[in-house]
Design a protein around this ligand. Structure first.
Ligand SMILES: Cc1cc2nc3c(=O)[nH]c(=O)nc-3n(C[C@H](O)[C@H](O)[C@H](O)COP(=O)(O)OP(=O)(O)OC[C@H]3O[C@@H](n4cnc5c(N)ncnc54)[C@H](O)[C@@H]3O)c2cc1C
Length: 266
C-alpha cells in the first residue's frame, strides 16, 4: 500500500472542500472496499477523508413517511435498528446478510452505494424501494443513480449524506449468495406500495436493474406463482466461473417468488 494522509472531516462541507482542493483525495467510509483496492494497488489516493464521524451522518430516523438513513450508518446499525425493523424489516434483513460480522461492523450505506459493486445488496433495496439518494448538493432518484459497472451519477467530489426510503406496504429481499464472498450471485428485492410493484435485481449483470416482466406479473397478481411463471432472457446477464447467464436468468424468478412469499408473511 502506498503512503497516504488521513483527515477526519468535521462536516459535509469541509469534506467536499478537502476533496475539491485535492483531486487525488478520496472519501473514506468503512474502508471495506477502498482499503482492499489500495492494498491491491488498484487505487492510490493522496488523502483519505474520513466521513464517518460527521455529526448526524450515521443517524437513522423517520421524517414524515420516509425512513432516512445517514450515509455513514454501518450495515450492523441498520440491521439492528428498531425503526428500520419496524418500518422496513426487509432492509434490516438485507443489511444483516451483507458479508460477515466484521464487514457489517465497518461498512456503510453511503460507501456501498458510491462503490456500486454489481453484486452489492443495498443497490437492490434502493432501486426497489424507489429511494432518494441525498448528496451535499442534490437529491438523486434511485432510477437515475446506478449508471454502469462501478459507475454512478455522483460527481467525483460529491458526498452522499443520506438515503430517504419511502415506506412500502410489503417488501422482501432474497439472495442466492456466493458462499465465499457472500456477495449476491443473484439477489432480488420486491417492494409493493399500493398498486405499484417494483422488482430490482443485483448480481446478475454489470449493474443493478429493474425487471419489468416481473413487475407486470406481480402487479396483476402478487403471488409467488406469478413470479415463478416469468421467464427471464439470459442475454445481457453476467456469466463467470460461479454461474452461467442461463443459470442467473433461472434464479431471478425463483428468488422473486421466494421474496413475494416472505413479503406476504410480513
Ligand atoms: C469480505 C467482504 C465481503 C463483503 N460482502 C458483501 C456482501 O455480501 N454484500 C454487499 O453488498 N457488500 C459486501 N461487501 C462490501 C461492503 O458492503 C462494503 O462495506 C461496501 O462495498 C463499501 O462500503 P464502505 O463504507 O466500506 O466504503 P469504502 O470502502 O470506505 O468506500 C468505497 C467507495 O465509496 C466512496 N465513499 C465512501 N463513502 C462515501 C460517501 N458518503 N459519499 C460518496 N462516496 C463515498 C469511497 O471514496 C470509495 O470510492 C463485502 C466486503 C468485504 C471486504
Amino acid at each position: 500500500m502506498y503512503a497516504f494522509q488521513y483527515e477526519r472531516a468535521a462536516d459535509a462541507k469541509a469534506a467536499v472542500d478537502m476533496l475539491k482542493a485535492d483531486g487525488e483525495a478520496r472519501f473514506l467510509g468503512g474502508g471495506q472496499s477502498l482499503l482492499a483496492s489500495m492494498k491491491l494497488r488498484l487505487a492510490s489516493p493522496s488523502t483519505l477523508i474520513d466521513v464517518t464521524r460527521i455529526p448526524g451522518m450515521s443517524a437513522i430516523r423517520m421524517e414524515g413517511d420516509e425512513l432516512v438513513i445517514g450515509a455513514a450508518a454501518r450495515h450492523a446499525d441498520v440491521a439492528s435498528n428498531p425503526e428500520v425493523m419496524r418500518r422496513i424489516p426487509a432492509l434490516a434483513v438485507l443489511a444483516n446478510g451483507i458479508g460477515d460480522r466484521q464487514v457489517r461492523a465497518m461498512g456503510t450505506l453511503g460507501g456501498s452505494l458510491a462503490n456500486d459493486d454489481p453484486a452489492a445488496d443495498y443497490p437492490a433495496a434502493v432501486l426497489a424501494l424507489n429511494a432518494i439518494i441525498v448528496t451535499d448538493r442534490r437529491n438523486i432518484a434511485a432510477d437515475n443513480f446506478f449508471k454502469g459497472l462501478f459507475e454512478t451519477a455522483l460527481s467525483p467530489d460529491e458526498l452522499i449524506t443520506a438515503v430517504r426510503f419511502p415506506q412500502p406496504d410489503q417488501a422482501a429481499y432474497v439472495k442466492f449468495r456466493n458462499p465465499a464472498s457472500r456477495f449476491a450471485l443473484v439477489g432480488v428485492m420486491v417492494a409493493r406500495t399500493g398498486k405499484t410493484v417494483r422488482v430490482a435485481v443485483t448480481g446478475a449483470a454489470d449493474k443493478v436493474f429493474r425487471a419489468p416482466a416481473l413487475e407486470q406479473a406481480l402487479c396483476a397478481a402478487f403471488t409467488p406463482a406469478a413470479a415463478r411463471a416469468v421467464r427471464m432472457d439470459p442475454s445481457g446477464l453476467g456469466a463467470d466461473l460461479h454461474a452461467s447467464a442461463e443459470y442467473r436468468a433461472h434464479l431471478i424468478p425463483v428468488l422473486a417468488s421466494r421474496a413475494v412469499e416472505q413479503a406476504l408473511k410480513g
